[in-house]
Write a protein that binds this ligand. Structure first.
Ligand SMILES: N[C@@H](CCC(=O)N[C@@H](CS)C(=O)NCC(=O)O)C(=O)O
Length: 203
């Protein structure tokens, strides 16, 4: 398998899950401004949508969209801990991925590729805060160690990556103590440390 990624982008969640499962994989960095890969390929020819992540499963067979790639990768976990194979547990993972992808990811994405007025920034921070408040409360009211049950999974990886962006956009994550505690747990995982190092995000 090969992951097309950009350092620190949402593709980092797929990179983390790839490190969690027992498969060989390659990485190819994409320049999201030029839409060229590090090998000089035209990224639109690989993924006509132009964005990352894209997962090449076999030569010429490409899967896109976080909500498709993350469960697909997670189900390769030999221990079946990353995502329940079926039933309500699996639906709960998809429920989180849907919320993170269509709500929180979009709220952060407002900041990318454009410069916002102070008024627009405040509005965008307020939307991120509204969405994070839901997650904060859900964690506070749950006895689980992670977003779904007591096992780390793709929703935790995705939340970790999205909330990494707060720093870069000047958003204050400090009030979200439960989210921060979850982030700290996720950050300690070897899969996360290796992915961040391989993407040049940490030394
Ligand atoms: N719906 C897509 C969105 C992916 C996405 O927004 N990727 C961003 C990086 S986090 C990107 O590549 N942006 C550059 C672009 O859209 O040209 C998914 O969930 O996979």
């Amino acid at each position: 398998m090969k992951l097309y990624y950009a350092p620190g982008a949402c593709s980092l969640a797929s990179h983390i899950i790839l490190n969690e499962i027992n498969v060989d994989f390659d990485l190819e960095r994409v320049n999201l401004k030029t839409h060229k890969t590090e090998k000089g390929a035209d990224y639109y020819a690989i993924n006509p949508k132009g964005y990352v992540p894209a997962l090449e499963i076999n030569p010429g067979l490409i899967l896109t969209e976080n909500v498709a790639i993350l469960p697909f990768l997670a189900q390769h976990d030999p221990k079946q801990d990353l995502i329940p194979p079926s039933g309500l547990g699996r639906a709960k993972v998809l429920e989180w991925l849907g919320y993170l992808n269509s709500e929180l990811h979009d709220a952060y994405a407002v900041f990318f590729g454009t410069s916002l007025s102070d008024e627009a920034k405040e509005k965008a921070y307020a939307e991120i805060d509204r969405l994070l408040a839901y997650i904060e409360k859900a964690i506070a009211e749950s006895d689980n160690d992670y977003l779904v049950d007591d096992n780390f999974g793709p929703a935790d990886a995705y939340l970790f990556v999205l909330t990494n962006w707060s720093n870069g956009i000047g958003h204050d994550l400090a009030p979200y103590t439960n989210i921060i505690a979850l982030r700290n747990k996720v950050a300690e995982r070897q899969s996360v440390q290796i992915a961040m190092r391989d993407e040049g995000l940490i030394p």
